[in-house]
Design a protein around this ligand. Structure first.
Ligand SMILES: C[S@@+](CC[C@H](N)C(=O)[O-])C[C@H]1O[C@@H](n2cnc3c(N)ncnc32)[C@H](O)[C@@H]1O
Length: 201
């Protein structure tokens, strides 16, 4: 589970990211000043769009994994979208500490914090939803392992790549029995929601 890419996004001051969920609902996420990735980049915003879409359509998601949490923005959003158990994973200690700081700024009670998990691809714990905004070779190299820890009828959201890689991911997903649900685009960046197909025995 190694990656050589470096992820930094300078936040020179504290920020509040406001996410329109519906006409009457806005979710606010407080992010402390820092340099972990995850606030205004297109790949994060496309991940947010995919999460909003999925959580509106599907209310059976009870546990989720944020693979590569960075600032923790997606973990925080998933908790605020009322997914009851949210797990976060991050290989960069600096980013992990920023995630934890941001969890503390968004939830009064520690029991509401997303929980950190190490090496989830090698644990026998399964998720209704995995979201991974990680560029480079990590996703393609670990697609099967990621798919293996998604429950039947569960979802995978991927982001962090451009349209040149769309076909490659579609092929990988098909091999893992993941069917495309919806694609979100912003200039050349993409995020895709896949659903794990139920296997008939
Ligand atoms: C592009 S950032 C995404 C941050 C945030 N989830 C977002 O959507 O804005 C990718 C994050 O994944 C982390 N990462 C990269 N490879 C990883 C791996 N194998 N396991 C866990 N985290 C990883 C990086 O350190 C980085 O913080």
């Amino acid at each position: 589970m190694t990656t050589l890419d470096i992820y930094i996004e300078e936040r020179l001051k504290n920020e509040i990211v406001r996410i329109n969920i519906s006409n009457s609902k806005i979710i606010e996420i407080f992010l402390n000043q820092g340099s972990s990735f995850g606030s205004n980049h297109s790949t994060t915003l496309l991940s947010i769009e995919a999460l909003k879409f999925l959580c509106k359509k599907e209310n059976s998601i009870t546990n989720a994994l944020d693979l590569g949490s960075g600032s923790g923005i997606l973990s925080i959003l998933m908790r605020k979208l009322e997914i009851s158990k949210v797990f976060a994973c991050e290989i960069d200690e600096y980013a992990r500490n920023e995630s934890i700081l941001n969890f503390a700024s968004n939830f009064n009670n520690k029991v509401d914090y997303p929980r950190f998990i190490q090496d989830p691809l090698h644990k026998k714990y399964y998720y209704n939803l995995i979201i991974a905004n990680i560029s480079g070779s990590f996703l393609p190299n670990n697609f099967l392992e990621i798919s293996n820890i998604i429950t039947q009828n569960g979802y995978l959201i991927i982001s962090g790549f451009n349209s040149e890689k769309e076909q490659k991911y579609s092929i990988l997903a098909k091999e893992c029995n993941l069917l495309p649900v919806k694609t979100f685009k912003d200039s050349s960046w993409l995020s895709i929601i896949f659903k794990k197909n139920e296997i008939n025995t």
